[in-house]
Design a protein around this ligand. Structure first.
Ligand code: NAD
Ligand code: ISE
Length: 335
């Protein structure tokens, strides 16, 4: 019997997840949607044959027809919906960020711990990307020794004028705070953000690009370039430097063409194209776990630490200094 899913927020990623739940994955059926843009919710429901359009997220979560909740609305709305899902005892997949402040994330962590069983999975899809998983497998095999450094790149082709400098850190950069903790198998203790000469095509006032440094508890360091106006495409790169070698994401997932003295390959247009397989695996694993009455993958604790990292980075953007992450002890629940 298919898991009955309700989706809150049917913008770009909400619709993309509905598409994959409906036409790609197995074991789930989208039975309800809601969006503050009611006309959009009605259009999406009609397009995918979804039975019910709810007036609010709370109404959707409370519905007896909804067994599991997917939150794809704007970041500032995540806390209220994830808390409501936990209160209802329903598995919830929440797109990143888990919530936009450390305190809001902590309230979710505390609610889940009090509930006594994992219900929350956070949308850090890179954990499901075959290339990132291959890098993680190499690191875990141990032949390369300890992780010392990482050199990373996170480039988007372009952004709208609504983008602010903070978003390079708590929207795009958030993934880096999460995935580097996972790859280093270590917590980030401090971060520093360096401003770079502004890209000539970035909107006035947008600090683009930024260089983000992260210091790890065991002494490792990572540097991450975050660029929002690469022009040429969406490009995510990571090279991990270890005692006895390095391991990196491949330059491309596409075919490499050599002709007329040139070598070339396609660069992804955006995150939807680059991480399409990762999103499919991520949401399928969420459906499987929710059907089994549990949650796996990136947890509320991971969401809390990523937001804490981004918050410290925003502080550093303003002070120019190395800023310590201000975080709680990890509850044994998330060991
Ligand atoms: P979007 O603006 O296209 O869609 C957001 C939708 O939420 C809109 O339809 C909006 O009307 C709706 N909404 C806003 N407030 C609401 C509320 N209170 N209740 C219900 N609906 C509400 O944005 P998007 O690009 O789809 O991003 C949505 C979320 O997904 C963000 O948190 C973003 O960071 C995340 N995201 C994650 C990835 C990823 O790679 N994992 C990629 C893109 C976006
Ligand atoms: C977007 O919200 C994402 O999460 C993408 O993964 C990221 O690369 C992009 O910069 C964000 O805007």
């Amino acid at each position: 019997v298919a898991l009955k899913v309700g989706v809150i927020g049917v913008g770009v990623i909400g619709q993309d997840h509905i598409r994959r739940l409906t036409t790609v994955l197995s074991g789930a059926e989208v039975v309800a949607v809601t969006d503050t843009d009611a006309a959009r919710a009605r259009d999406v429901a009609a397009q995918y044959g979804i039975a019910t359009v709810h007036a609010t997220g709370e109404e959707l979560i409370a519905s007896v027809d909804v067994q599991a909740v997917l939150v794809g609305s704007w970041g500032p709305t995540h806390q209220q919906y994830v808390l409501a899902a936990i209160a209802a005892g329903k598995p919830v997949f929440c797109e990143k960020p888990l919530a936009t402040t450390r305190e809001a994330c902590l309230s979710i962590v505390e609610a889940e711990v009090a509930y006594g069983r994992r219900l929350v999975q956070v949308g850090f899809m890179r954990h499901y990307d075959p290339a990132y998983r291959a890098v993680k497998d190499v690191l875990e095999a141990g032949e390369l020794g300890n992780v010392l450094m990482a050199h990373c790149v996170h480039r988007n082709a372009s952004v709208t004028h609504s983008w602010t400098s903070d978003m390079l850190l708590n929207d795009a950069g958030l993934h880096e705070f999460d995935i580097l903790r996972w790859l280093f198998d270590d917590d980030i203790v401090a971060t520093q953000v360096l401003k770079v000469r502004q890209n000539a095509d970035a909107p006035a006032g947008l600090d683009d690009p930024l260089l983000v440094l992260m210091q790890f508890r065991k002494g490792g360091w990572a540097n991450v370039e975050v660029t929002m106006n690469s022009h040429y495409g969406y490009d995510v790169r990571t090279e991990i430097v270890c005692d006895r070698g390095t391991v990196a994401l491949p330059e491309t997932e596409s075919a490499v063409v050599k002709v007329n003295g040139q070598r070339s390959f396609r660069v992804s247009a955006d995150w939807r194209e680059r991480f399409i397989i990762a999103y499919d695996i991520e949401i399928q694993e969420w459906v499987n776990a929710a059907t089994a009455g549990t949650a796996t993958g990136p947890s509320a604790w991971d969401g809390y630490l990523a937001t804490a990292g981004a918050e410290a980075a925003i502080k550093s953007l303003n002070t120019g200094a190395l800023e310590l992450l201000d975080v709680q002890e990890r509850p044994s629940f998330y060991a």
